[in-house]
Ligand binder design. Sequence first.
Ligand code: F6R
Length: 233
Amino acid sequence: MNLIKVKNYEEMSRAAADLLLAQVREKPAGVLGLATGSSPMGLYKNMAESGADFSKVTTVNLDEYCGLSADNPQSYRYFMNENLFSRINISMDNTHVPDGMAANPDAEAERYEKLIEKLGGVDLQLLGMGHNGHIGFNEPDEEFVAETHRVYLAGQTIKANSRFFASPGEVPTSAITMGIRTIMQARKIIVIASGNDKTNILKKALYGAITPQVPASVLQLHQNLTVVTDCLE
Ligand code: F6R
């Protein structure tokens, strides 16, 4: 594991953006796996302001809420359009997010898994980490789920994500997420984590037992993992 310790959110955002931009320079027609949430917002701002050429890049996002359409400001597709895609010269046809409005979420999950395969896999996957150790929407569980799938969200996740909604009752209860194997097959993985509230779970994930109860702990087995964080001394 390559551990990059930084002082604060701004430094994390710059350092992680530099890694993604280096990847784009190295392989201009590569596939980036992207995440949403608070952690990558600064990173996306840096990427947008870099003026880098994304014209040949393809992106696949980790996850999407079921029941939210692309024009719903709480959807992850909307988040990506706002925070990154509309601000860089990427072709929108090359940006992929699971379809939260799919009538059959299981079939959509299968389509998404096949799409990633067809694209030749993910060159670099960016990840945030939930307070319960989730990655994508792979919640603590009895076992790891390998492929892209529909998942029912943990109470803690609904509570954490309710900060983006008018009330917890409005947070969708299910989502489509890349599975653990989908994520682990990425050739490189970058985890970003910022803030004291993430310290405990980050330590558990990086140095604790590898268990589906802490989904991010599986990342210890990845051959090319970089963690950029201000959580560790
Ligand atoms: C988002 C995602 C989630 C978040 C995690 C951390 O696409 O897959 O796993 O990365 O919930 O969220 P923040 O960054 O808001 O703390």
